[in-house]
Design a protein around this ligand. Structure first.
Ligand SMILES: Nc1ncnc2c1ncn2[C@@H]1O[C@H](COP(=O)(O)OP(=O)(O)OP(=O)(O)O)[C@@H](O)[C@H]1O
Ligand SMILES: [Mg+2]
Length: 504
């Protein structure tokens, strides 16, 4: 098969970081080529070089045998390269069709609604990517927004598609749909570069896999001739254990009690009378399909959303009306699901981000003065023990790779020595090694007698860590089950609102 895209010896250095180190990669016509690698291995950097966002220090990028020297994405797009970024670049107030067409044709100011919607409808048929062109992007699910992004790429006549962690923000159902889309594109002969940390997805959809480690491409293998274990080992450079060891343990007293909680957002009741408790030394997992009220529930417990009725009791005290700040100070830590919006201040240094919750208190502040020595020391210690790469505490959080941004939030929240840790999607975007590390940290907290409320869309994660599992559907807890004895099928049914015991 023809080589479509060829990367030869590409090297790219940022201050103090060799992000790409003589990288080699060949993309063949009509193949889905996965790229795997630890957080910070240099995957996104390589994609940005291909797409003209960054320029390589040395090495070459060729398209069908011709060397390219892109200095902007515009040139890459003109040459037929399309990229969907992990963080979407759509304008929420515009319709799907407007987003797809605008920005595609420089200089054209007149937007013809009818014609464009018809054109987008055709495009959507041609690529089997169903969307309604007239709907506002803000009203679309994340999965549908991603379709708009992909259609936008094809509207600009892309011949090659780059997907940088396209599944990280998707629900399991949306992931299935995206995999279907990729398979259809492959049939149409479109080569795809697919970046993901999920070995099962890579195994399922890709033809070949290239593994990157510390800026280098260490191996390219045929997918059907490798195993998840081998891939994990290649990625990390040592043996990885893909299992969680959770010793049995008796939970202690109740730390958090939620009683008949009702939460309203906009005009809709999102949480409809939820009751449960989390004890010391217990991981309580909340399973559910995205959009069933789990994240509103979490935001009510942290104080970001008001409770309409019901009570939240923390260590015996009613905190239903307490401010976020006071809940934090009382010992509640929170890992939000959207790290870029709620977790970090991207144009602050790492050192500052590490103390975001506590910079008004000793030892980080004394007599109203920030204690830079203490802050620096704290940041150095956390970067080291959570393996944040690179260890440059004065660089901006926005310059870290996605997975390392997540590690910073985790380090900050876990190191506050909380009584209760609320972790929403704590391992989203992390590589296998980092996921294992985080799981170990959650289990450490459990062993130390802390309470953990884990909210995740990933059943594997919920099932392997939780002592008890609450299943939420349409704002209600369908059931609370003991962890360790439930099956995927049981949870799956409950998550869709079917309770076999009640209806049996
Ligand atoms: N604009 C930048 N300025 C400085 N350093 C950067 C910049 N972009 C990336 N880096 C550094 O380059 C290295 C590679 O980052 P990159 O984003 O390519 O990793 P990645 O493999 O995509 O990781 P992840 O899986 O976490 O997304 C990291 O150490 C990162 O901190
Ligand atoms: Mg990346």
């Amino acid at each position: 098969m023809r080589t479509c895209l060829e990367i030869r010896n590409v090297t790219k250095e940022f201050p103090g970081v060799l992000a790409n180190d003589h990288v080699n990669l060949q993309l063949r016509d009509g193949e889905i080529h996965a790229i795997l690698g630890e957080n910070g291995a240099g995957k996104s950097t390589l994609m940005k070089i291909i797409y003209g966002l960054y320029q390589a220090d040395s090495g070459s990028v060729s398209l069908y045998g011709q060397e390219m020297h892109f200095t902007s994405p515009r040139q890459a797009i003109q040459a037929g390269i399309g990229m969907v970024h992990q963080h979407f670049m759509l304008i929420p107030a515009l319709t799907a069709a407007e987003n797809i067409v605008l920005g595609g044709e420089p200089g054209k100011v007149h937007y013809r609604r009818k014609e464009n919607e018809e054109m987008v409808r055709q495009l959507s048929k041609q690529y089997h990517l169903e969307i309604d062109p007239s709907v506002k992007v803000s009203d679309l699910t994340v999965g549908l927004q991603q379709r708009v992004e992909i259609l936008k790429v094809f509207y600009r006549k892309a011949k090659v598609l780059i997907l940088d962690e396209p599944t990280a923000l998707l629900t399991p159902q949306e992931v299935e749909e995206l995999i279907g889309v990729m398979e259809r594109l492959r049939l149409q002969g479109i080569p795809i570069i697919f970046i993901s940390h999920k070995l099962d997805e890579v195994k399922k959809v890709s033809d070949r896999v290239t593994v990157m480690r510390a800026g280098r491409t260490v191996a390219t293998v045929e997918t059907n001739q490798t195993t998840p274990q081998e891939l994990a080992n290649l990625m990390v450079g040592r043996e990885v254990v893909l299992q969680v060891a959770k010793p049995p343990q008796e939970p202690g007293s109740v730390v958090l009690r939620v009683d008949g909680l009702v939460v309203v957002q906009g005009h809709a009741e999102r949480v409809k009378g939820v009751t449960f408790e989390v004890r010391r030394g217990e991981i309580f997992g909340l399973a559910g399909i995205d959009g069933n009220g789990q994240f509103e529930l979490v935001e009510a417990i942290t104080g970001l959303l008001p409770a309409k009725s019901g009570r939240i009791v923390f260590k015996g005290r009613d905190i239903t009306k307490t401010s976020v700040h006071r809940r934090t100070a009382a010992g509640i830590s929170y890992i939000p699901q959207d790290r870029q919006a709620d977790g970090l201040i991207l144009d602050f240094q790492l050192a500052e981000n590490f103390v975001l919750r506590d910079f008004t208190r000793p030892p980080f502040a004394k007599a109203g003065q920030l204690q830079m020595g203490a802050i620096t020391h704290h940041a150095e210690r956390l970067s080291e023990s959570f393996d944040v790469r690179p260890r440059r505490i004065h660089s901006l959080a926005g310059n870290l790779s996605g997975g390392n941004q997540q590690k910073v939030i985790l380090a900050r929240e876990v190191s506050r020595d909380p009584e209760l840790l609320i972790a929403a999607q704590p391992t989203r975007g992390l590589d296998v090694g980092a996921i294992q590390f985080i799981h170990d940290k959650l289990l450490d907290l459990r062993r130390e007698g802390k309470a953990v409320l884990l909210v995740s869309l990933e059943l594997e994660e919920i099932m392997s860590l939780s002592d008890r599992i609450g299943v939420i559907h349409d704002g209600r807890l369908m059931a609370i089950l003991p962890g360790g004895h439930v099956t995927r099928e049981q949870l799956g049914l409950l998550m869709t609102g079917v309770n076999p015991e009640k209806e049996g």
